[in-house]
Design a protein around this ligand. Sequence first.
Ligand SMILES: [Cu+2]
Length: 288
Amino acid sequence: MFDNRASKLFALSLVAAVAACGGGGDAGGAGGGEPAGGGAPVAVANAGTINGTVDFTGTAPANERIDMSAEPTCEAKHPGGPMKETVVASNGKLKNVFVYIKEGLTGTYPAPSETVTVDQVGCHYTPHVIGAVVGQPVAYKNSDGLAHNVKAQPTNNRPFNISQPNNMTSAPQRFASAEIMIPVQCDVHGWMEMYVGVVAHPYFAVSGDDGSFTIGNVPPGTYTLEAWHEKYGLKTGQVTVEPNGTATVTFAYDAAMANAYVPLGKLFDPHRHAEPAPRVVADASATH
Ligand SMILES: [Cu+2]
């Protein structure tokens, strides 16, 4: 089950005594690189926090340059040249990794009423990766002053394709089932893509520019976490959250994982995801 090329063990440790009562906060990945937490607040006794970091070793591949010349107003919003966001890694940290509690929760969690909003700016989706609770509204805003469309291609959920004329925000969409991950794409601008993680609870986050993430308001317990990246696939880890405590976790991605299996809804590129069976690249250990 282990990929030797990516054999760095998780360093899981518990840091005692930090009382946490984070309400989850922003449900999406943060546009400014701040780590983003999960969905709506849920009343939890003695809640704790999971603080994590996504490490990246090896040489990150250069992202593909986008030919945006057909949309000069969008292109002008990228002074350094428009680039895809497939791998955003710096200082040994990996951004845009979706992390969620996969196993260990026993409760049921209502859909937050708070809308998760994704903007379209410079013919990019912002954020590039978000999470939402099953049933939570997700809206798409268009700040570009030109036409986009938003096409979601899930496997477990109802697909949709929304036309978005200038500067309007879509009606909220709701995903009825958990799904890791749902690709979203613009038919007008083929380079525009982003990903939605839908989970049945609010305990998820997306790593920021510094690779960090925080999942707050977590019921005490032992959990299996899963991390997802659009190119490097999956990692898992175990963590124990003590009452009112803070647990820490590190996910170790490696450039050698470039051919990892990446779970996704309907596929953008059949060649990229042509592996016949899921291969979960995972390594984890825990110290308490
Ligand atoms: Cu578009």
